[in-house]
Design a protein around this ligand. Structure first.
Ligand code: NG6
Ligand code: CA
Length: 553
C-alpha cells in the first residue's frame, strides 16, 4: 500500500468523522512530501494520522459544541399580569410548569413589556424600537396591512443572519400584506419578509375575524371554491351576528364583539367563506404546541429561534375541553392553566431533545391583565382574592406599572444560576441582547431602543439591566410612563383611554404625575410638586427620548 492510497482511505474516514477538511489536507500533504520513509515509518504514519484525526475530531466536536450559539425560545403570553402565576405570588391557582422554569432560571421582579396593549409590544419586541415612534402601531384591526415593512431588521432577521433557523408560531397581530391582507392570495409582506423562515399564525387576535391559520404566505386549508371575505361592514341583511343571534351564543359578549359568529362566539368584524380553513378556538394551543414541537425536532441540529406566541389568556377565553374548569377562577384562570401546559410541553421537548443546556428560554407577556375585555366569562365574578396585577396599580390599556410590569423569566440550564433578579429588563431588549448572545451586531440604524442587557438576562451578579424605560399604552400619541430607578413619571397626552379609572383621572390630574416606586409601588401619591427637580429632569429625559428618535447610543 503506498502512502497515496493510504491518504485516499483516510480522507473518507475523516469526512465521516466530520473533522475540518484543511486539517487532513495539511496532514496528508506534509506526510506525502517525504517519499523516503522507512518501513517502520510507513506502518506508524497511518496509525499516527488516525490517532491525530480522532483526537482532533473530538476536540473540534467539543469546540463546535461550545461555539454553537444557543437556541432562543421566546414564549409570550397574552394579557398575563404580574400576579397571575403562582411563582409570582398567586395562590388561587397553580402554574407548576412556569414555576419550574422560574425555579431553574432567573425570575425578574422588574421585567416589562414596552406597551400595555398587544400590537405595540409585539412591534417593539420584534424591531427593538418603541412603537410610539411609528404611526399606526396601535391595536391592529382584522384587515390591517403589515405594520413592520419588509426587510426591517428584527430579532428574527438578526438571528437568521447569525445562522439561526427562525419561526413564529401563534398570534401575530402585526398585520399582513401591503395595503390589506389578500386572504385568498399571497399574504405578503408578513413574518417571512422580516426574518422568519416559517410561520403558522393566527392573523390578529381570536376575538377578531377570521378564525383561520396563516401558514407562511397563505391561509391554511383554504378551498378556492369557498373564498374568504373579511370586512368591517355587514355583508348582507341576513348575516347572523352577535346582536341578531345573541341567544345562540355559547359565550355572550359584554362590549363590542357582536359581529360575525363563529364557533358560537361573536367577534369583532365580519367574514364569510373559508369554511374548510376555520379552526375551533378550543384547539389553538394544541395546534401551536404540536407545530412547535415538530419544528424544534426538525431543527434540533442547528441554532434556532422560536417565537411561541400564545393566545392565552386573551378573550374569548375558550380553552380546550380538558382544561375547562381546571381552576376556580373560571375561563380566565383555565386559560392560565392552559398556558402553563403549553410551557410544560415546550420545555419537556427541549429536555427530550437534549437541548435545554443549549437553549435560552424567555417567558414574558405582551401587556398587563384585564378582567372584562368584552365577553361575559365570569373573570370578575370568580376573581376572589386573586390579584392579576400583583401589588401594582392598573393593567392592560394604561401606563401604571400593572400595564407593563409583567412576568419575565429566563432559563438556560447550566448557564443561568437560579435566582430572583431586580434588574430592569424589557421585551424590547431581546433584539440587542440576543444579537450579543449570537455573537452578531445590531445594525446602527436599527433596534433604536433595544439595550443589550444580556448579563442581566443570564443572571450575572450585580447586573442592573437598563437604567430607564419608557412605557406606553396604545399606538402613537397615547400616554407614557418613564421609569428611572425608583422614579416613575406619567405623561398623559391622550384622554382617549378604555380604562375608566384613568379616564376619570385624566380629567382630574394635570398632564404629569410623579411617583416614588420605592415608597409607593402602587402609584397612589403624586409627588410632582414636592419633587420638582426630579420631575423636571424626567420630563426632559422623556421629551428627549421621544424627539430624538432613538434612545440607545
Ligand atoms: C380592544 C377589544 C379587546 C381586545 C383589545 C386588543 C373591544 C370592546 N375591545 O379593542 O377585547 O381585543 O382590543 O387586545 O373591542 S390586545 O391584547 O390584542 O391588545
Ligand atoms: Ca395582549
Amino acid at each position: 500500500m503506498t502512502i497515496y492510497s493510504l491518504s485516499e482511505t483516510i480522507v473518507p474516514v475523516q469526512q465521516t468523522l466530520n473533522s475540518p477538511k484543511h486539517f487532513h489536507f495539511f496532514m496528508t500533504r506534509n506526510f506525502l512530501a517525504s517519499k523516503s520513509q522507512t518501513n517502520m515509518q510507513r506502518k506508524l504514519i497511518p496509525l499516527l494520522i488516525i490517532t491525530l484525526a480522532l483526537a482532533f475530531n473530538l476536540i473540534s466536536e467539543d469546540a463546535r459544541g461550545s461555539e454553537r450559539p444557543p437556541n432562543v425560545v421566546v414564549i409570550m403570553a397574552d394579557d398575563l399580569g404580574y400576579g397571575d402565576l403562582s411563582c409570582y405570588g398567586a395562590t388561587s391557582l397553580q402554574t407548576p410548569n412556569i414555576d419550574r422554569l422560574a425555579s431553574q432560571g432567573q425570575r425578574f421582579t422588574s421585567g416589562y413589556c414596552s406597551a400595555s396593549t398587544c400590537t405595540p409590544t409585539r412591534y417593539s419586541f420584534l424591531t427593538g424600537t418603541y412603537a410610539f415612534r411609528k404611526k399606526g402601531t396601535g391595536i391592529a384591526p382584522p384587515n390591517s396591512p403589515a405594520l413592520i415593512p419588509a426587510n426591517t431588521p428584527t430579532i428574527a432577521s438578526i438571528l437568521k443572519s447569525a445562522g439561526y433557523q427562525t419561526a413564529v408560531i401563534g398570534k401575530w397581530h402585526l398585520g399582513l400584506g401591503s395595503d390589506r391582507p389578500d386572504w385568498n392570495g399571497i399574504l405578503k409582506p408578513g413574518p417571512l419578509e422580516i426574518g422568519f423562515d416559517r410561520c403558522l399564525l393566527l392573523p390578529t387576535t381570536n376575538d377578531r375575524v377570521p378564525q383561520v391559520y396563516v401558514e407562511n404566505h397563505r391561509v391554511l386549508n383554504l378551498d378556492p371554491k369557498d373564498p374568504l371575505w373579511v370586512g368591517d361592514k355587514k355583508p348582507s341583511e341576513d348575516h347572523p351576528t352577535g346582536i341578531t343571534h345573541r341567544d345562540t351564543l355559547k359565550m355572550d359578549w359584554s362590549h363590542g364583539h357582536n359581529s360575525t359568529i363563529h364557533n358560537g362566539i361573536s367577534r369583532i368584524g365580519f367574514y364569510t367563506g373559508g369554511h374548510a380553513a376555520r379552526f375551533r378556538d378550543e384547539d389553538l394551543s394544541d395546534k401551536w404546541v404540536e407545530e412547535s414541537i415538530a419544528w424544534m425536532e426538525s431543527n434540533r441540529d442547528q441554532p434556532f429561534f422560536l417565537f411561541f406566541s400564545s393566545h392565552d389568556l386573551h378573550v374569548p377565553r375558550i380553552v380546550h375541553e380538558r382544561f375547562q374548569g381546571a381552576t376556580e377562577l373560571g375561563p380566565r384562570g383555565d386559560a392560565i392553566f392552559e398556558l402553563d401546559w403549553c410551557v410544560g410541553e415546550l420545555t419537556k421537548t427541549l429536555d427530550r431533545l437534549k437541548l435545554s443546556e443549549n437553549t435560552l428560554v424567555v417567558f414574558c407577556s405582551d401587556n398587563g391583565p384585564v378582567m372584562d375585555d368584552g365577553y361575559v366569562d365570569e373573570a370578575l365574578e370568580k376573581q376572589g382574592n386573586h390579584q392579576p396585577a400583583g401589588p401594582y396599580r392598573g393593567g392592560k390599556y394604561n401606563v401604571y406599572e400593572g400595564g407593563t410590569r409583567t412576568p419575565f423569566i429566563t432559563r438556560w440550564t447550566g448557564k443561568i444560576s437560579p435566582g430572583v433578579s431586580d434588574a430592569m429588563v424589557c421585551t424590547i431588549d431581546l433584539a440587542a441582547s440576543c444579537a450579543a448572545l449570537a455573537g452578531t451586531k445590531v445594525p446602527d440604524d436599527a433596534c433604536l431602543d433595544s439595550f443589550n442587557v444580556l448579563d442581566a438576562l443570564l443572571g450575572a451578579e450585580n447586573a442592573v439591566g437598563r437604567d430607564h424605560l419608557v412605557q406606553q399604552d396604545n399606538g402613537q400619541g397615547g400616554n407614557y410612563g418613564l421609569r428611572v430607578g425608583n422614579w416613575k413619571l406619567l405623561r398623559h397626552d391622550s384622554k382617549r383611554t378604555k380604562n375608566t379609572e384613568l379616564k376619570l383621572q385624566n380629567r382630574q390630574v394635570g398632564r404629569y404625575q410623579l411617583f416614588d416606586l420605592e415608597t409607593d409601588p402602587t402609584e397612589r401619591t403624586n409627588v410632582i410638586e414636592k419633587q420638582h427637580e426630579i420631575a423636571e429632569r424626567l420630563k426632559q429625559q422623556l421629551e428627549e427620548i421621544i424627539s430624538t428618535g432613538r434612545s440607545r447610543p
